[in-house]
Ligand binder design. Structure first.
Ligand SMILES: Cc1ncc(COP(=O)(O)O)c(C=O)c1O
Length: 470
């Protein structure tokens, strides 16, 4: 490796540190070093470069090596060579400026509050790294060569077969591989269905839901119409002329109850009578604690329901894998939107997930996490019983979050008090559809899955300190 401070060439005006490292011999290394110096601005446009001879002497390389390197960079446009004025840095060789940082909506977690009780994220410290790696390794070892070519937009057949069996067994979904289309999560499914023009609005949605999904729909030009909620879930009897309805039947998001059996039947009746469609967001259907399993609404009528799930709660939102189980008549249209080849969901990750499911690891992981989250839910309830018995926790039979019911008019100050305690969380109002006239009352939505195991106790103590007094 030749390293040199080039200073014999007074015309450069300043020392130029060039390091001749890396593959391909000295000529290639010099080209890289000079290109980098121009790109980074260390060699400003117009700067005259040292003559071959002096640079060659400084670097301890042959004169021809320097001549070749200059010629190459002239050909690439980084340098210019003119008779009588030597070799100079090209005027248009703009140095690379650091990208201006785009302000983020939310501050990155690491610099955020001390206790993260926002809903939405599973315990990141519990990601099954070793088991996932084992699945990935097996998948890679067994993959035929064609896996490394363009992917099938429907998704790998191995994954669709694994999901067919799993969803039938665990969620009561009536699927078959030909009706499953793999995507990168629930939000992506919405983008494909509505942004791609497979479905059109107006779309009925629950009066309380994830604002981000409403934004995705609005961006696709879809008008959403809020359906009020009561203790039995969405008031599907209020459905009117909408073409479709988006529901969270297993665990209403965020208020937490299951859709009542009579309403499940009623929404299917509505879809049959009106030619409507039900979009089922089964975001945390696996996490149920006290009550009997609530199967998917899709099982009632696979031709009237699009069942959508992802691994965002069960594994991690970083994996970016989800699935749609479609009525037969929508399969081709969705595939047409996806295009000729898979552009979103990594085929290797799909094969890993297929192995993860087929090997039983997914079931084991879900069981383990269910126990862990149930334990956290119990600790939350116990902490409230001890320190704030006047506050009721609702929506606790399932899922990864609970709603702490507050006296009317206290939600905003409770969210602020929580922030003072270093806690990040949302009030119910953050999820309310702007056009609804119903209110679900005052409440704090407490995501109890997010903190790591060792941090959870302190997060609960801080939460109890933030709650309004009786
Ligand atoms: C209501 C709801 N639906 C769906 C999802 C899953 O979204 P995605 O699969 O796009 O990560 C989430 C978040 O995990 C959610 O809160």
């Amino acid at each position: 490796m030749a390293t040199s401070w080039v200073n014999s060439a007074e015309r450069i005006g300043a020392d130029l540190h060039l390091e001749l490292t890396g593959p391909g011999g000295r000529r290639a290394a010099l080209i890289r070093a000079l290109r980098e110096a121009v790109r980074s601005g260390r060699l400003a446009p117009g700067t005259r470069l040292p003559p071959y001879r002096s640079l060659a002497a400084d670097l301890g390389v042959a004169r021809n090596t320097v001549a070749d390197a200059y010629a190459e960079l002239v050909a690439e446009g980084w340098l210019t060579a003119r008779q009588g004025s030597g070799t100079r840095v090209a005027e248009r060789a703009e140095p690379l400026r650091p990208a201006a940082r785009v302000p983020r909506k939310a501050p990155p977690r690491a610099r955020g509050p001390r206790h993260d009780l926002t809903q939405g994220t599973p315990d990141a410290s519990s990601f099954p790294r070793t088991a996932w790696l084992a699945s990935y390794r097996r998948a890679l070892q067994q993959a035929p060569n064609e896996v490394f070519g363009p992917g099938d937009p429907a998704g790998r057949i191995e994954l669709r077969e694994a999901l067919t069996e799993y969803l039938a067994r665990a969620r009561g979904v009536r699927a078959e591989p030909g009706r499953i289309v793999i995507c990168s999560g629930f939000a992506h499914a919405l983008r494909l269905l509505f942004g791609g023009g497979v479905l059109r609005g107006p779309l009925a949605v629950e009066a309380y839901g994830l604002g981000f999904h409403r934004e995705v729909l609005a961006a696709a030009g879809v008008r959403t119409v809020p359906l009020p909620l009561d203790e039995h879930g969405a008031r599907v009897d209020r459905l009117g002329r909408e073409r479709a309805v988006l529901l969270t039947p297993a665990h209403q998001f965020p208020t937490g109850g299951p859709l009542h059996a009579a309403r499940r039947a009623a929404v299917i009746d509505w879809a049959r009578a009106r030619g409507g469609l039900v979009l089922e967001d089964d975001y945390d259907g696996e996490f149920r604690y006290d009550r009997k399993p609530v199967g998917a609404v899709q099982g009632l009528d696979p031709e009237r329901v699009i069942h959508i799930g992802s691994v965002s709660k069960s594994l991690s939102p970083a994996v970016r894998l989800g699935w749609m189980v479609l009525p037969e008549r929508y399969v081709d249209a969705v595939l047409a939107v996806k295009g000729d080849r898979e552009a979103w969901a990594s085929v290797l990750d799909q094969l890993s997930l297929a192995d993860f499911v087929v090997s039983g690891t997914y079931d084991r992981h879900v069981r383990r996490m269910r126990q862990r989250y149930r334990g956290r839910r119990d600790r939350l309830v116990a902490a409230l019983a001890e320190h704030a018995p006047h506050i009721e926790a609702t929506g606790i039979a399932a899922g990864l979050h609970a709603v702490l019911r507050l006296p009317p008019g206290t939600e905003t100050s409770a969210v602020k008090a929580a922030a003072w305690q270093g806690i990040a969380l949302d009030g119910l109002a953050a999820f309310r559809h702007p056009d609804t006239d119903m209110t679900a009352g005052d409440g704090l939505v407490v995501g109890y899955a997010t903190p790591s195991e060792h941090a959870y106790g302190r997060a609960l103590e801080a939460l109890c300190r933030a709650l309004p007094p009786p």
